[in-house]
Ligand binder design. Structure first.
Ligand code: ADP
Ligand code: MG
Length: 305
């Protein structure tokens, strides 16, 4: 199957929202809404590294979009479009159909358009999605704004995907294969949260980025972590390893004043949010369990370790 028929057959569906020029020319054209900044990010998924080799094509398609929309959400921005860089060992129609169905399922769910990309043959399956979105001028939520006494809040539950990776076939595998980008929450939090990040490498590492950028520390109460009942049943050190250092959660972690958190709750976000701790002036991350300081022995994920 030739490159152009792959594009036409699998990657040239109707657009969800207005695009001035989509797939088919040398570049796409977009008109940003007045008074907004372009927010842009990219993420690569490598077969065997970012997902197990036998992951269904549909899930790979979904996930390649979802992880990027999660980065856009983590800025408090609204996603608009994606570009797809596709490197494939061979053009297998069943795989391409499943992959593009999964990719468009995620695009449709969040009203996002596929506006272009590149298709190449390669010895390894490799997917790079670039996402574009908008945020009102100057209103993006960055990692650097956390203030002493802010609450530390996370969405949904954490550790599910890391648990599933070790227990393939468990019902929690849907959390690994089909992460839910928290787009509505991210937009709701804009103007209220002082800092935000999406949790892709585990809470400790990602909250650590906020603390470093904001030059503050935090205190986390382990009993407050939002953890699925399946993980609650595990030995505490194992459970905390999944929840704090597992990765692939794609939940949001943000810091917010007490008053602003009340305003947020009044708007009834479509996902649960949980206060897990507080920002403090002293740098570093301190854990307590039932009020007692708790030492943790976590193994984090390092890309080039
Ligand atoms: P060029 O050679 O000018 O780079 P291409 O032949 O690579 O153009 O692409 C033709 C059109 O198809 C472009 O609009 C490009 O953005 C789009 N395209 C190519 N591959 C993909 C893909 N995997 N998904 C979506 N659009 C794609
Ligand atoms: Mg090209």
């Amino acid at each position: 199957m030739a490159e152009f028929s792959i594009i036409d057959t699998y990657f040239n569906r109707r657009q969800n929202t207005a695009v001035d020029l989509g797939i088919g020319d040398d570049s796409a054209l977009l008109l940003p809404p007045a008074g907004h900044q372009l927010v842009v990010c990219t993420d690569t998924l490598v077969a065997g590294r970012h997902f197990p080799l036998d992951t269904p094509a549909h899930a790979i398609g979904w996930k390649s979009v979802a992880v990027n929309l999660s980065d856009i959400a983590a800025m408090g921005a609204t996603p608009h479009s994606i570009l797809l860089g596709l490197s494939l060992p061979d053009a297998e129609p069943d795989w391409l159909q499943g992959f593009s169905d999964g990719l468009y399922a995620c695009c449709d769910q969040y009203s996002v358009n596929l506006i272009g990309g590149d298709t190449t043959q390669s010895p390894h399956l490799n997917l790079t999605v670039t996402a574009l979105g908008w945020v009102k001028n100057g209103q993006a939520v960055m990692r650097s704004g956390a203030q002493v006494d802010d609450l530390v809040v996370v969405s949904g539950s954490i550790g599910d995907a890391a648990f599933a990776l070790q227990h393939l076939g468990h019902p929690l595998q849907k959390r690994l294969d089909y992460p839910t980008p928290r787009c509505e929450l991210g937009a709701l939090v804009r103007g209220l949260a002082s800092s935000m990040i999406d949790i892709s490498d585990g809470l400790v590492q990602d909250l650590g980025h906020i603390l470093k950028a904001s030059q503050v520390g935090a205190h986390i109460e382990l009993n407050q972590l939002p953890i699925d009942p399946v993980l609650q049943a595990l030995d505490p050190q194992v459970r905390w390893q999944y929840a704090l250092a597992g990765g692939d959660d794609y939940e949001l972690c943000f810091t917010i004043s007490k008053d602003n958190y009340q305003h947020l709750l009044e708007q009834q976000p479509n996902v649960a949010t949980t206060v897990i701790g507080r920002i403090q002036a002293e740098t570093g991350l301190v854990f307590t369990h039932n009020g007692q300081t708790q030492a943790l022995h976590l193994n984090g994920y390092q890309h080039f370790a």
